[in-house]
Ligand binder design. Structure first.
Ligand SMILES: [Cu+2]
Length: 415
């Protein structure tokens, strides 16, 4: 861990109460420029929402304490009818009185915190190194973890994870970081692909309203995490400040039909998953490594339903998967096998793997192909994280069934 610095010495509650949000993160202005630099078209226009919520972005956000308590209490009752009352049981964070006290949900400043799994820059066709310029912007946004459950995320470019970057080995990468946060926090980047002090963190400590620059040569191919490395580093990461950069080897990776971008992380808050209201970061939960939510791309079940990954029978798919949070992930595709895994995103692939372990601050590249239509679920096979806390994503495969390969109902539960 490197790049430890101190935050700008301004009290949290003394900052202005306006927050400039971004778009839903698929393509805001900054990301658009980034994608343009990487040769990817911009999918949507910049939308800026200005929310003048009382109490400021980091405060409790309720209009009045009395209103908050009433509202939150009602919401807790509605959301968790079977929950034990405070004091009724001896143990654990699940039944403490504090949970009924969370503030009302805040107005969101982005429609969705989740970066689309399809937000993958195109494969590089260059055969020689180049200079690639990237702009990242630290932004604080309010978004839903799940319906009615809001959180103030700290992001790169308005969504979680930060944008996937894609370069070629030998490229010179110029990183421009701006800090648009409405709070007192500096932000920075430690990129694991960087050979240099702090992975760039020592050069990129950036105060609110300021910007910074550093550059590095991408010497090593692989898939690498980047994350904020401003103090307190774990809180910045837990709030959503992580992403990945792919450094393609010479000649690139084998062609596949689909490439997806998925990152797992945790949210440590002052109430369990399912409790309506504005969830605030909990240092105690984080230090105890007891997340309330374990998410893929920022929110509970973010990559399911309409936002599921899609493929057809006969297609091949590659998933760039990273763990931005602090819990290793036992990555498994329910109903499938990984034909190829680059363990820990190293250069030597393994084959025919059911579940692969991805460390905190690490990544993997997995490939599979689809022989039967249906819905396939990507999970952390520490399954309570998937089933109860949100760590799942779906791949919906269309096509014609082959009863010689599989017969039986094609919907319903797996595991
Ligand atoms: Cu930060």
């Amino acid at each position: 861990m490197t790049g430890i610095t101190h935050r700008v010495d301004v009290p949290r509650e003394a900052v202005p109460t306006q927050e400039s949000g971004g778009s839903n993160g698929q393509a805001d202005g900054v990301l658009g420029a980034l994608l343009g630099a990487l040769g990817m078209s911009m999918a949507a226009a910049l939308v800026v929402a200005v929310v003048a919520a009382s109490g400021g972005i980091r405060s409790g956000g309720a209009a009045t304490p009395a209103q908050s308590a009433t509202t939150a209490g009602q919401q807790v009752t509605d959301a968790m009818p079977g929950m034990a009352m405070p004091g009724a049981a001896a143990g654990g964070a699940q039944t403490t009185a504090a949970q009924g006290a969370i503030a009302a949900a805040k107005p969101v400043t982005v429609k969705s915190i989740a970066r689309a799994a399809t937000a993958v820059p195109p494969a590089i066709t260059r055969t020689s190194p180049a200079t690639v310029s990237v702009t990242l912007q630290a932004q604080e946004v309010v978004a839903e973890i799940a319906p009615g459950q809001t959180y103030t995320y700290w992001t790169f470019n308005g969504a979680v994870p930060g944008p996937m970057l894609r370069v070629r080995v030998g490229d010179t990468v110029k990183i421009h970081l701006t800090n648009a946060s409405g709070d007192a926090w500096p932000h920075s980047i430690d990129m694991h692909a960087v050979a240099g002090p702090g992975g760039g963190a020592t050069a990129s400590q950036t105060a609110p309203g300021a910007s910074s620059d550093f550059s590095f040569k991408a010497l090593t191919p692989g898939l690498f995490i980047y994350h904020c490395a401003s103090a307190p580093i774990p809180e910045h990461i837990a709030n959503g400040m992580y992403g990945m950069i792919l450094v393609e080897p010479e000649g690139g990776l084998p062609k596949v039909d689909h490439e997806f971008y998925v990152m797992q992380g945790e949210l440590y808050t002052n109430a369990p998953a399912g409790v309506a209201g504005q969830h605030e970061f909990s240092q105690a939960k984080m230090d105890a490594e007891q997340p309330d939510y374990v998410v893929m791309n920022g929110a509970m079940s973010a990559l399911t339903g309409d936002n599921a990954m899609k493929a057809k029978v006969g297609d091949t798919a590659r998933i760039y998967f990273g763990v931005g949070g602090f819990l290793p992930s036992s990555l498994h595709l329910i109903g499938g096998v990984f034909d190829k895994v680059y363990p820990e995103a190293g250069s030597v692939p393994n084959t025919n793997v059911q579940t692969t372990l991805v460390p905190a601050g690490g990544a993997t590249i997995v490939e599979t192909h689809f022989v039967e239509p249906g819905t396939y679920t990507l999970v952390d096979h520490s399954l309570p994280r998937a089933m109860d806390k949100g760590a799942m994503a779906q791949i919906v495969v269309s096509g014609t069934p082959d009863p010689a390969i599989y017969s039986g109902p094609t919907s319903g539960g797996g595991h």
